[in-house]
Design a protein around this ligand. Sequence first.
Ligand code: BG6
Length: 479
Amino acid sequence: MHYRTLAPFPQGFLWGASTSAYQVEGAWDQDGKGPSVIDRASFAPELSDFTVTSDHYHRFAEDIALFAELGLKTYRFSISWSRLFPTGDGEVNPLGVAFYQRLIDEICRYGIEPLVTLYHFDLPWALQEQGGWSNPHTIAAFERFARTAFELFGDRVNYWLTINEQNMMILKGDVIGTLPPGTLDPEKTLYQQNHHMMLAQARAMIACHAMLPAAKIGPAPNISCVYPASCRPEDVIAANNYASIRNWLYLDLACFGRYNAVAWSFMTEKGYLPQVSAEDMALLQAGRPDFIAFNYYASTTVAAESATHTEREDGLREVEDQQLPGLDKSVYIGFDNPHLEHNEFGWYIDPVGFRITAREIYERYHLPLIITENGLGAFDKLDTGNKVHDDYRIEYLSNHIAQLQLAITDGVELFGYCPWSAIDLVSTHQGIGKRYGFIYVNRDEHDLKDLARYRKKSFFWYQRLIATNGMQLDTDIDY
Ligand code: BG6
């Protein structure tokens, strides 16, 4: 459908940017912080670990001033659970509380709306040692952590996110989740963990509504549209299966309080069914989100073929795609999408898929949407004069935001956009060299240099875009 006129971004649209605690704060063991699963994980030795990252813990005032200069209306960040509760559910750490009090005060001082993720991959290690999300005790610990955060910060925080990318933690449990190496029956374990996380999320949403009636809370999964590799009906079924297993299982539970039928059949067939009680289902029914936040980086394409066929007679090619977690070749196979380009890390670039995803989610749940991650990871280069000419990032963002405007014109109720990331930080598995930020942090994988902050070209481009409420999307800008 071609529109003669596009709907503008709504007044008060929350232009923002995102980070997460373990990727940006550093100070991994300072001021009483307990270790998290991230601090105990092993990473490739040539890449940075998460001990210092961008040193935001010590430099947050400088960073927030830069975010204000950028013009952010909202800033999405996460609270490190083990900074607040070093052992996950024991004593509260007063220095951890003080840090987040100062951070939130600083954000609010500039009139920026804080958007807080409660849990972004960094489960306290003490809880993991007791079984992590396999142990139902973690549900109660999460509720206590959430209630404490609502009590401490709820006077200034109006928007809350429960769990970042729960679906990725389940689908890639061995890489970013809480699945101990060598777990027997990993998928069954992960789907039980998923059920427990869902219950924890429901409890947090109920608590938020009871304690902070004016606040809003929602989940933050990674959602992407799934294309069939061809119009062959079996490929369409494969795409449908994958969408249910990758996307709708998580959002149906959060928004409808029930299991997605196809995902349930998949778990039954594979022997992955979690233990679910009638009380659990009542709890899931009672905990409802006010909005849906979602992260989008790329679309996915799948086909129904046997694992032995890597090339089909129609010329389509199988791919191992990072964006295709939870690969189960008996249900779907990741295929190349010849219509799309990749970034340097092999992720498909698909702005139109962004519009499709927003439309699909809105049509399905009819809740307001906010984007909490979208962006381009790249090996940025620091040029003379401490400049970073990241025109590729500007192009990526401009194309994606243009599609968001189309989605709004389509009728999608969208109230914010927070690209990843506000400032350079350490990527989940590809070090600091894979940069996403509007602000360059002067360090390498192992050489911390001076950690100085430099505004990239995209900084000025996004600043102008925000100042015009999304009107000035063109990519030319003096730098
Ligand atoms: C999301 C995560 O999956 O993608 C972030 O919520 C992450 O924590 C981002 O950094 C980009 O992924 P990566 O692997 O490039 O850091």
